[in-house]
Design a protein around this ligand. Sequence first.
Ligand code: ADP
Length: 594
Amino acid sequence: MKKRSWISIVFSFASQCKGKIILSVICALVSVASGLIPYWSVYHIITSFINGSATIPNVWVWGLIAVCGYTFRYIFHGISTSLSHASAYSILENIRLALAKRLMRAPLGTVVEESVGKLKSVIVDRVETIELPLAHMIPEGISNLCLPIAVFIYLISIDWRMALAMLITVPIASVAYFSMMKNFNKQYADYMESSNYVNGVIVEYVEGIEVIKAFNQSSTSYEKFSKAVKSFKDYTLNWYKSVWKLMNFGNSVLPSTFLGTLPVGMILYATGTLSPENMVMCFILSMGIVDPLMNYTLHVSNVKAVEYAIHDVDKLLHVTELPDSKNSLSIENHNIELKNVSFAYSKNKDNKVLSNITFSVPEDSFTALVGPSGSGKSTIARLIARFWDVDEGSISIGGIDIRQIPISQLSDIISFVTQDNFLFHCSIKENIRMGKPSATDEEVYAAAKAACCDDFIQKLEHGYDTQAGDAGNRLSGGEKQRISIARMILKNAPIVILDEATAFADQENEEKMQRSISALTKGKILFVIAHRLSTITNANQIIVLKNGEIHSVGTHKLLLDSDSLYRNMWEAHIGARNWSANSKQEVESICSEL
Ligand code: ADP
């Protein structure tokens, strides 16, 4: 994609509230022009004294006009900033919503590969920076630019030499600004990198605090954290030190219009080529543009921050999406079919995680996927849910390639309980209700009972209204898992994918959960990635994966007889189960003897 200039991106954002922003610019222009009225009045009072026509009522009238001008300036400034802020914040809201939608439609990899710190900083901080151009730079920038131009043209009509004299500070200040900006791009890019790094380290430190404590790594991790923060501070301070002199010089010189108008005006007056009235007028007008120029200098140092923020936000707004179709399709059945599917996570597509996978899952059946860790089981489940698109081959549901099915329709027909049982920071009841937002409380309770979580929820302080905590951190792994299953049960989708969904449960609970899952998924497709092989012995088909390829397919009995890999896995599982049951008994008997 061709990189657009940040200014054109700002204007494309601003077009969402075009009317309000134009009105805000007009009010800003009126405000700046009204700000000149007091100078105009002072000019009239001074010239009336110079030519001897001054009278008290006359001075009062001009004084009153000055007060009106001053009042108008602030009234219109108020209207302008209210309008520009109202539009800016509704545009920022739209940008944040658009970012969230875009991330939802992007392949999962794009989202999970970014650091949380960076994403947070783009969605919160960078978007906030866009308030500057929308609420300030556009209305104030345009009006503060128009005014000096108008004054300059007017001064040319009085005396072109005075007009040029007024601008003498512009090249002097520009030299300072240009030398300040010489390495600015590089320095700002380093600054942003350093800021992203600090953000990432902070998020990692906070999120990993449990592991840090468990492994007594607090001093090492703190050191990494404090080093990152310190180097960011050193970098920013050094950068500030290297530019503050030039920046202050430019900021102080640019608005000092008297540097040019005073000596030139005096010379012209002394040589008799400028009347005293015109000289006063030129002085006063050049004083009148000090404020607008000062306003400009305020924004100079922000331009780069705004440019970076806009490019970062624009990049995330245009992150590649999974192609989606708009119109819902009528899907006659939900048979799943994978044909010659190959897939790699990395950009280097030679690093295949799955190769040439072909199998089908008929309706009203229970299919289990087993295989050594890392063999690609979860990847298959994720591809069926279209978290990523396949690189080669196709996956279809009811004979329709899932890439043709709108993503929202696909997520309606699939319930996916992943290994990562994420819960939102809201009540347990609302977490379950996410499966079906229109569900009544009774339906939520029934789903919870079926997922064997009613008992422990009832024991919590506020029952179903207990807050789950950030990412469900107030609950144990097993409890989170059961709540995710309740969510899945409530959703009641025709395809149910469980990715090691009962792995955390103890044996007794797991059997109970399995029974209720089988009862509730009657007539549906149940696709299970199994951790404990004893839970899938009654599966209609078991697919054994090895190194991203299908090793064998069959029923439990058939595979036990014909596949040594499956038999070994089964024996290892049974061995582990007996071992854990025996060792439990042994521990219990030792305890009772004690
Ligand atoms: P299984 O579920 O059988 O344990 P996975 O499907 O999770 O296996 O993983 C298969 C392979 O893909 C592994 O080598 C794993 O390291 C890799 N992998 C899994 N997820 C990602 C990811 N998001 N990005 C890159 N590689 C991944």
